[in-house]
Write a protein that binds this ligand. Structure first.
Ligand SMILES: CC(C)(COP(=O)(O)OP(=O)(O)OC[C@H]1O[C@@H](n2cnc3c(N)ncnc32)[C@H](O)[C@@H]1OP(=O)(O)O)[C@@H](O)C(=O)NCCC(=O)NCCS
Length: 170
């Protein structure tokens, strides 16, 4: 069955040359997203992604989910949503997941995915983009800085719920 591409699908010649196409995420991408995420973070979260797909695939005006595809295989994804008035923050586009397969990195795929999310937020009338990055995630920090992001106006604070306890970081 023919599927919709947001950005022009690769021609046969481009496929042969390993062209990467950006399109909306499909439900059929779930297993590939679980696998890519598990590879990047070291933790497989099939239940989390299954629930997330229910809310983001297919996307809505305020939720976006894009895939990067090469030779019929998923090599990257980005997901984000408009969040409004959390902690007094005006509506803002949040990117909460971006991931490119190691063999497809450093070729502009992450940039193309982030550009797709930005375009979706722009279409929704949103003026700013936000994300959260672990302090030691130097690759993600380098990437987002290169894309033009800088420190935002909020600071995340946290504490263990019980003395001596803390959540594992993934
Ligand atoms: C961060 C990530 C998305 C970047 O994807 P990518 O396709 O390689 O990015 P791009 O090729 O578009 O790079 C854009 C810019 O980011 C920066 N960048 C990318 N890879 C970099 C690296 N290894 N070192 C330093 N800077 C880097 C560069 O400034 C680059 O611009 P340049 O090519 O002009 O130098 C990818 O490395 C990744 O998925 N990492 C794992 C992320 C992760 O753990 N996700 C799960 C939790 S959300």
């Amino acid at each position: 069955m023919a599927r919709e591409f947001d950005i022009a699908p690769a021609t046969e010649a481009e496929r042969a040359a390993g062209h990467i196409a950006i399109r909306k995420l499909w439900r059929e991408d779930l297993d590939a997203v679980v696998a890519l995420d598990a590879h990047a973070t070291g933790v497989a979260k099939p239940d989390y992604w299954s629930e997330t797909f229910k809310r983001f695939v297919p996307p809505t005006a305020r939720r976006c989910a894009f895939a990067a595809e090469r030779d019929g295989a998923l090599v990257g994804y980005v997901m984000g949503e408009v969040r409004s008035w959390e902690f007094g923050s005006p509506p803002c586009g949040w990117v909460f997941a971006i991931n490119v397969a190691p063999e497809a990195r450093e070729a502009g795929v992450g940039t193309a995915l982030l550009d797709s999310a930005r375009a979706a937020f722009r279409k929704a009338g949103i003026k700013s983009l936000r994300t959260m990055v672990a302090r030691d995630a130097t690759l993600l920090l380098s990437f987002f800085r290169a894309e033009g992001m800088t420190a935002g106006p909020f600071v995340e604070l946290e504490m263990p719920i019980d003395p001596g306890g803390s959540e594992p970081r993934t």
